[in-house]
Design a protein around this ligand. Structure first.
Ligand SMILES: [Zn+2]
Length: 251
């Protein structure tokens, strides 16, 4: 059995070979206890436990760096663990009546012990899109990015909106251009904190690039040859998969 230990909203990998003695820990479900610990089913062979102190022998990992090194199975494991952790930490009380929450016995759910309200693990659907125009693609510099980093456009799907409507709206809002021919690519869980990224390609259909100046500071067209002049998203991110797919199609 391997363990993922959640501590101050960070994940730590540990297993018995590393000398972590889990049977010394009080199995209280209270968040107030000195050694608070909760167990979640994560994936076969793994458990997520929540502790107030990190065992000295535990291997502390940076989640982004760990995801970058991960194979698809490990990526799913770490992403799921992080999302379940965020969900549990952020649902300590019922959103309807303020009562206490307890785990359901037959499915992954938190149920209010007073009114019975159900809270499932939170997923926030987002779109992410690469706008193409022949031999060039539109990438943008987000206000949160490190200097010279460019990526595809992304945003949360609004209430009542289809994914395709969100793609067109976000592109218009963030860089001011029109698009057409929106095509689904694939999806990825992104545990910062709980996004389900739905990736699309879209064709440029008109308008000049006008960054919104708030979220997006700069938008620019890039040919395949120009991509090496900027910092692109990391290999494990679906934004990079969109770009790499386009590059491969350029021959
Ligand atoms: Zn309630």
């Amino acid at each position: 059995m391997k363990y993922l230990i959640a501590h101050q909203n960070r994940l730590i990998l540990a297993d018995p070979e590393l000398g972590v003695v889990l049977d010394r820990i009080d199995l209280s479900l209270s968040f107030d206890s000195e050694y608070e610990i909760e167990r979640y089913p994560v994936l076969p062979g793994y458990e997520l436990v929540r502790m107030s102190e990190v065992p000295g022998s535990a291997k502390v990992v940076d989640l982004r760096a760990e995801l970058e090194r991960s194979d698809p199975f490990q990526y799913q494991l770490l992403s799921r663990a992080q999302q379940l952790l965020n969900w549990r930490v952020n649902h300590q009380f019922c959103g309807r009546c303020g009562g206490g929450m307890a785990f359901g016995l037959t499915e992954m759910v938190l149920k209010c012990t007073d009114c019975g309200h159900h809270a499932y693990p939170r997923l926030s659907p987002c779109i992410i899109t690469l706008v193409e125009d022949g031999d060039r693609i539109l990438l943008a510099h987000n206000a949160k990015f490190t200097p010279n980093r460019f990526s595809t456009l992304a945003g949360f799907i609004d209430a009542g909106e289809t994914a395709e409507q969100a793609v067109a709206r976000e592109v218009k809002e963030e860089v001011g251009v029109e698009i057409s021919d929106i095509r689904y690519f694939k999806s990825q869980q992104w545990p910062f904190p709980d996004s389900l990224m739905l990736a699309f390609f879209a064709q440029y259909a008109g308008g000049d690039i006008k960054p919104d100046g708030r979220e997006i500071l700069e938008g620019r067209w890039f040919t395949k040859e120009e991509l090496h002049t900027v910092v692109l998203p990391p290999k494990f991110a679906i934004s990079r998969a969109l770009i790499d797919d386009w590059v491969a199609r350029q021959g």
